[in-house]
Design a protein around this ligand. Structure first.
Ligand SMILES: [Cu+2]
Length: 466
């Protein structure tokens, strides 16, 4: 009897809790109401079964309770009951699965007029890439990722030059326009989840996953990472703002394109084209024989562009784009005087040759000051790309770790009771051995970052500016 009452109370409690629970779903803000519908269908079916089975058990417990005068009877088979149960179960399962399959088919079939945006996840931040005026995202690859190129966009891909880059966890989408969201991860599994949109998807390193949706309500919603991805996981948050198309266009216009960001970020102040040229020179082995000093096997590239070169046959030529192209494709055609004809002919595309010429021209004309690294700029980018901003603010607010505002030269009280002044040595130690000295009032949770010494120096220079 006690068990029967307990079961009935559990059923009543569950139903009452369902209707009075403070944990309701966030209001829907996308076209995916059908996902809510299938959840409700599943809940109703499983709910009815849950209630029916528990009541049946309670009924059986009472009705067939122990009775000395009654004996159990062995009944090996009851065809009618089996058929009846099979039909009811099948109907219940079909009723749960069939609507799900219909919704899944919508889910994987992206409407043709959907625009595209890429979401890139990394420990522990989000960034976003729009395809720009050509509506095509440039190719990207993990090898291309660097401080200056956090998305790893292929610098030689013309479709990538106008891609619009958005770093800093804030995405904007136009209302009532379908959008296909492509997803990449730079390090570990993440999951792009906006509760109000209902759809979510894993981001897997090495592959591109996607979802599509139409935001239907103007507003700001939180982006959460829904896949445990390390100590900073709880803080891997962002915001998506849904706006009118007009406001979205204005917002997008302010964001830098890939080409512009490469020029701004470039530590050597080379154009994107010249930087790609540098890559080509590196991968094609040109640096084995050429450089920008006077001690190279081949003619120096310093001041080469625009100068008059004397050839082995006594003629002189002006070094322009056409001459460079010929010298690269067909080195034996015009030999520079004083040099052996040892340069191998290279199979390069026109774009690669244009990039190489741009590199020889720009870097060869450079004076020394242009090589100075813009360390502060790369420090800011590093703080973002290495995940420091998940735990350290730059505006004085307290996150999991101490703020970096005014950090350099300030007094620190350590957990050991010691007092120290923040200088270069302390910062370097705090970065590479986070647990050597713990700041008082903070937990010892900082992970040893995967950065090299130069990157640490850039970060420290950046902290000094805050
Ligand atoms: Cu994550």
């Amino acid at each position: 009897m006690g068990i029967a009452i307990a079961l009935i109370l559990i059923v009543i409690g569950s139903v009452v809790f369902h209707f009075l629970s403070p944990w309701v779903m966030t209001p829907l803000a996308s076209n995916w109401g059908s996902i809510d519908d299938i959840m409700v269908i599943t809940l109703i079916i499983t709910g009815i079964v849950f209630i029916a089975i528990n009541f049946f058990i309670a009924f059986a417990v009472i009705k067939y309770r122990h009775d000395k005068n009654r004996k159990a009877k062995y009944e090996p088979e009851n065809k009618k009951l089996e058929i009846w149960l099979t039909i009811v179960t099948s109907v219940g399962i079909i009723a749960m699965l069939a609507p799900g399959l219909a919704v899944y088919s919508d889910f994987v079939n992206v409407p043709e007029d959907a625009s595209v945006v890429e979401v890139v996840g990394q420990q522990w931040s989000w960034s976003f890439r729009f395809p720009g005026t050509d509506n095509q995202l440039g190719k990207s690859a993990i090898e291309n990722i660097s401080i200056d190129n956090p998305f790893g966009v292929d610098p030689l891909d013309p479709t990538g030059q106008d891609d619009v880059l958005v770093v800093g966890n804030r995405l904007v989408l136009p209302v009532d326009k379908p959008v296909k969201i492509l997803m990449r991860s730079k390090d570990v599994l993440h999951n792009f989840y906006v509760p109000q949109f209902r759809v979510k998807m894993d981001m897997v390193p090495g592959t591109v996953s996607y979802i599509w949706l139409t935001p239907t309500v103007i507003g700001e919603y939180e982006i959460l990472c829904a896949e445990f991805c390390g100590v900073g996981h709880f803080n891997m948050r962002g915001y998506v703002k849904v706006m009118q198309q007009k406001n979205f266009d204005e917002w997008l216009l302010e964001k830098p394109t890939f080409a512009a960001s490469m020029i701004n970020n470039s530590s050597e102040k080379l154009s994107v084209l010249a930087q790609s040229g540098q890559e080509v020179a590196k991968t094609s082995g040109c640096f084995a024989c050429h450089n920008f000093t006077d001690s190279s096997i081949g003619p120096t590239w310093k001041g080469l562009f625009g100068k008059t070169q004397i050839l082995a046959n006594g003629q002189s030529v002006l070094v322009d784009e056409a001459y460079l192209k010929e010298s690269i494709l067909n080195p034996a055609a015009k030999l520079v005087t004083g040099f052996a004809p040892i340069m191998p002919a290279m199979l390069l595309t026109d774009l690669q040759i244009v990039a190489l010429s741009a590199y020889i021209k720009e870097k060869g004309a450079d004076d020394q000051t242009q090589y100075n690294n813009n360390v502060t700029l790369s420090g800011a980018a590093l703080a973002q790309s290495k995940g420091c901003t998940a735990c350290h603010s730059q505006d004085g607010s307290r996150m999991l770790g101490p703020t970096w505002q005014g950090i350099f030269g300030s007094q620190r009280q350590l957990a050991s009771g010691q007092n120290i002044v923040v200088d270069d040595a302390y910062l370097k130690e705090s970065i590479f051995q986070p647990n050597a000295k713990i700041v008082k009032g903070f937990p010892p949770v900082m992970p040893p970052p995967v950065i090299n010494k130069q990157e640490a120096l850039a970060l420290i220079e950046f902290m000094k500016t805050l």
